[in-house]
Write a protein that binds this ligand. Structure first.
Ligand SMILES: C[S@@+](CC[C@H](N)C(=O)[O-])C[C@H]1O[C@@H](n2cnc3c(N)ncnc32)[C@H](O)[C@@H]1O
Length: 337
């Protein structure tokens, strides 16, 4: 549960019932900022019916992307924030007042028992940002376990609340494939808890992963150890702020995996990749707009900066990672031209 630091003013809220699709960006219901998304959708679509929902908190009876069990949790939480005695007022994106900002629901499976694991933990995630980012700077476990277990391609992942993990394990499972001779050095940019790198590690020589969230890096290191993987190195680093010496701490990669969040790659990183000239880049993106922009830079260069591109787009595969939403994941394979 994402909790905004308490502020003194509590706005008045109307609670209304509305079908899920009016409200949710959700991306697999990992995050829901109901009010904000209703506003965005209302603006985008200019639908008066939606505009009447602005300033209100929508009830979502059932999210089609969630399991029966997590939908029950959703109902309990929604009942809770209507209980004025609990003082859990919703966060207002305009006044920045309010307490509950995001609700993260995830169910995973346990590799040993094969059973679906439902972790009902209460995590106070303190988020001082006024933007729409779902994860804050600090997390405190108020109740329950610190991590949830998820299994992907025979690898068990422990994921803490602040770490990103792909929202649709089923689709990720069928999207990862690799053909190589085992000698490859892989650079896993935006590695999160090591999802992609660790599923490749047994087929390559070494994986080097970079990621900005410290909890995700400690999850990745623990996941490598618990799965007996010793050829993966994970490093905390902000890939928007790489220095000129970035890359000196690992051998030249044969393959770069880049899986940034929605804003895509920073120009510094693009420039680094164009200089690096790895044989292959696999670009994974949940935002087709920034994906197209970054692929264009890598293939055709950046004219205003007099930078030349050096890649050819070999394949582009959309994957329906976020069913029932307008969002789509894309996996692009680039090879040196
Ligand atoms: C779409 S997720 C991909 C994670 C991972 N590859 C996976 O498959 O689970 C993007 C990741 O990039 C990380 N990230 C965002 N901005 C970053 C930055 N400036 N530098 C490094 N990592 C960043 C996020 O914390 C998140 O874990």
């Amino acid at each position: 549960m994402q909790v905004q630091k308490m502020k003194t003013i509590t706005p008045h809220w109307d609670f209304v019932n509305a079908p899920c699709e009016y409200a949710s960006y959700c991306g697999g219901c990992k995050t829901q900022n109901l009010l904000y998304e209703a506003q965005v959708r209302a603006k985008e679509q200019q639908v008066s019916e939606l505009i009447t929902h602005v300033g209100k908190v929508l009830t979502i009876d059932k999210c089609l992307l969630q399991s029966e069990a997590t939908n029950k949790v959703l109902v309990v939480i929604q009942d809770g924030w209507r209980d004025s005695e609990l003082g859990l007022s919703p966060y207002d994106v305009h006044t920045h007042a309010g307490f509950l900002k995001h609700l993260m629901l995830r169910s995973g499976s346990d590799v040993k028992t094969g059973l679906t694991e439902l972790m009902v933990s209460i995590v106070n995630n303190v988020n001082t940002s006024v933007g729409n980012t779902s994860l804050g700077e600090e997390e405190y476990i108020l109740y329950g376990k610190r991590t949830i277990t998820e299994t992907l391609r025979g690898i068990t992942f422990q994921i803490s609340a602040n770490s990103f993990f792909q929202t649709n394990t089923h689709q990720v499972n069928s999207s990862i494939d690799f053909l190589g001779d085992g000698s490859e050095i892989v650079l896993d940019l935006f590695c999160g808890t090591g999802t992609i790198g660790l599923t490749l590690a047994r087929k390559v020589k070494h994986v080097y992963g970079y990621e900005v969230v410290p909890q995700a890096i400690s999850d990745a290191c623990r996941n490598a150890e618990q799965n007996g993987i010793h050829n993966a190195t994970f490093v905390i680093g902000d890939l928007n702020k790489i220095s000129d010496s970035f890359g000196t701490e690992f051998p030249k990669p044969d393959i770069v995996i880049s899986d940034p969040n929605r804003p895509g790659m920073h120009m510094k990183l693009i420039q680094y990749l164009l200089k690096l000239r790895a044989k292959r880049i696999v670009y994974v993106s949940c935002n087709p707009a920034t994906c197209a922009r970054d692929l264009d830079y890598l293939c055709h260069g950046v004219a205003e900066k007099d930078i030349k591109g050096c890649y050819k787009l070999r394949s582009l595969q959309p994957v329906d990672m976020f069913p029932h939403t307008p969002h789509i994941e894309c996996v692009a394979l680039l090879e040196l031209d």
